[in-house]
Design a protein around this ligand. Sequence first.
Ligand code: ATP
Ligand code: MG
Length: 218
Amino acid sequence: MVLIELINVKKRVGSEEILKGIDLKVHKGEFLAIIGASGSGKSSLLYIMGLLDFPTEGEVFFKGQQVSSMDSQMVSRIRNESIGFVFQFHYLLPEFTLLENVMIPMLKKGIQRPQAEERARELLKSLGLGGKEKRKIYQVSGGEMQRTAIARALANNPEVILADEPTGNLDSKNTAIVMQILQEINRSGTTVVMVTHELELAKKANRILQMKDGLLVL
Ligand SMILES: Nc1ncnc2c1ncn2[C@@H]1O[C@H](COP(=O)(O)OP(=O)(O)OP(=O)(O)O)[C@@H](O)[C@H]1O
Ligand SMILES: [Mg+2]
């Protein structure tokens, strides 16, 4: 089954075309890595795949449904409930605890507090953060923040995790931990799309695509 499909997607910003016609199918259950040099358009592509941004030309389909035909409520619902995002710069809320950060997507979905808290605790525990739930984001290490971001991305049991340089600012030990977690998530059935500029990390995926100057070249 095709989960996300892009057909001739172009993105223009001012006079510059940063995506120049991308055709891409993400299949349910796969672990796809997208590599490419800095500035080649990887993040821009991921934002469009995650319905955080929209193409200036071309079409995006989520589970066969054309995104441009959806109303904004539906788009936000897919984003919050079906897609989990892990970014290089975490976008976690620094003044909130790890627990609260992981609970937020569930509360947004309408899940009751006690249930949200229980699941958030379980997720944090499974990512090795048991006992640190009540710390604030600024009180944990980069690796722990990244694992919190993964816990948050998993909160609503999404169909796909989109990860943009998820190990970008981590040392080799934490990189290995995060990669292992992403592989486990994928083995348990969740589709994973990971952007990285490191070929060694991309090799952990089932499929590697390369971007160059706004195009997929491989
Ligand atoms: N909002 C924007 N306005 C103008 N230019 C942009 C915008 N977003 C991205 N770009 C440009 O588009 C190109 C692709 O950017 P993008 O962030 O997608 O690259 P990337 O492959 O993710 O790079 P990196 O590996 O450094 O993260 C770059 O030249 C960038 O400067
Ligand atoms: Mg980027």
